[in-house]
Write a protein that binds this ligand. Sequence first.
Ligand SMILES: [Zn+2]
Ligand SMILES: [Zn+2]
Length: 665
Amino acid sequence: MSSNSRVQILLPVAVDQAFDYRPPVGVVAAKGMLVKVPFRGKSTVGVVWCESGAADVPDSKVKNIEEVFGLPPMPEKLMQFIEWTANYNMAHNGAVLGMAVSGIGDQGSGIREKKNNKTDPRSLTPDHWQLTAAQNTALDKLLPHIRADNFNVTLLDGVTGSGKTEVYFSAIRKSLEEHPDNQILIMLPEIALTQSLIERVKSRLGITPTVWHSNLTPKKRRENWLAIATGDAKLIIGARSSLFLPYLKLSLIVVDEEHDASYKQEEGVVYNARDMAVVRASIEKIPIILVSATPSLETVVNVKAKKYDEINLPARFGDAKMPEIELVDLRKEKREKNCWVSEKLRRELAENLARGEQSLLYLNRRGYAPLTLCRACGHHLKCPYCSAYLVQHGKNLQLLCHHCGHSSRMPEKCPECQEKDTLIPLGPGIERLEEEIKDFLPQARILTLSSDTVESAKAMKKAFADIEDHNVDIIIGTQMVAKGHHFPQLTLVGIIDADSGLAGGDFRAAERTFQVLHQVSGRAGREKLPGKVIIQTFQPESRVIQTILANDRHAFMVMEMRVREDNNLPPFGRLAALIISGKKEAMVRNYCNMLAKSAPMLNGVKILGPAPAPLTLLRGKFRYRFLVKANKSIHIQKIIRDWLNASPVPSSLKVKVDIDPYSFV
Ligand SMILES: [Zn+2]
Ligand SMILES: [Zn+2]
């Protein structure tokens, strides 16, 4: 190999193109190599993207590479995946690259010291785990998919409590035993779930997995990144961004809770990690397993079209039965003022407590009260930077905006009418629900679970240990409790407000409500004791509630599929959103009007908007939205690219393109 006089380096900054640099004399800078270069006045880590320079850059403008790192070069397939992701999601190549090199830090300092972070598959403990007959059948069906040396997608579909995790753990064990060099990635939708899975991996397989998520310390990040890049890490548990790491020999991806909307990344590079995981598996030519008790409609349609294979785990593990479900019609139910738990649910809670069994109350609202109202003038306390109400938190009367994080003390006077002592909380958050329960069951030991109460991995671990050791009688939780957790002694689940997710203009609202109700219900009665679920609802006749009651996911899916197909909505049609934001509303509106005038008029494409976003003001910026609907065969990215290229964005505005949007606020 002779040294090259110039190469193009892609940098982790929001641009598409790579920049020309000159390698040190006598040093080969081959494609994929990680380097340190000067950029905008400081040293930055980059990747050799092309082994020759761009012809139109004069020699005098080309700077020198400061250092070529002695690390494994970025695999060619990862480079392809970065470009594919950027292109599909209309993000910059450099921004996607940022996720792949984020373990190195800005300067690459300390990246040469190689830490010993090996997970040696030879240290796998012998397997004493007994799979049930159903689990064994599922495993037997799954193994050929994993052993096949090619790209294939399998949906592992099993009711809550059927032991899907045990099945894929067994598959992972086999894979590591047969190919000790393989690297396996298990993806989870939320950091909160990683801790309990790590513990289960440790006890079941005897090896410590390598973890990847945004809460790692810079030191841990660097260590884990290196272990992944050098192939030392064999089993990786990660959140969304783990998908972009430079695995030396990635051989299998498992996407657990594949239906979860948290796989959609909404900030920075906007992408769906579940969908991109399938793309990465296809580029790597490896198998991928999607796991869920309530698969997304997108995945179900792909199974129906025979693009994905499906393995079912129909029954619950061991003797556990599906819980019995009862409805409480909140239209008929008389409840005391500022009480949210119906008579029936109160009775069941008291009886469950008397029997010494555990209960769970589900309410997807953090804090004490979602609204604060002035009794004198009717004013609601709003965030000064967002079109959103402030949420009351805690006994010290803190007000918090859940959109921008703005926090303030409860004012003594109403900011509108200046009256004193007129501000009252409206509606329940989980803290207020706790107050209600304490009032009528003072002897119960209560634990509230939300992102406010279990912020650290340590707090999380303690909370789950307390639940498992039965130091808790009643758990009150937000959507955090709906996901993947195993509460072995829980027998009663109460859903406080089943309809709260159905409001708003989100076409996935019914599907998501079905999933969350099904998942939360599925927490009950997972072992020997039978489970019971009480659902409080204002809409007992709705198809979501009715199919939950009948435990008929299939019926729900068939109806939902028809609705989507009739309306040409995903996965039958394509959707993209444009969100235009800026500090001056008039400028945002003017630009939107200009865009509207130049909107493409094409067969099979419909452009809705501009309209003020439901969350019109966010962090002090005004937001307007367009929605682009297109037939499935249409290349929606090209249309949007051409459209935006014809109307350059003023520097004071920002246009966010959201392909396959999940959020409509
Ligand atoms: Zn007032
Ligand atoms: Zn705010």
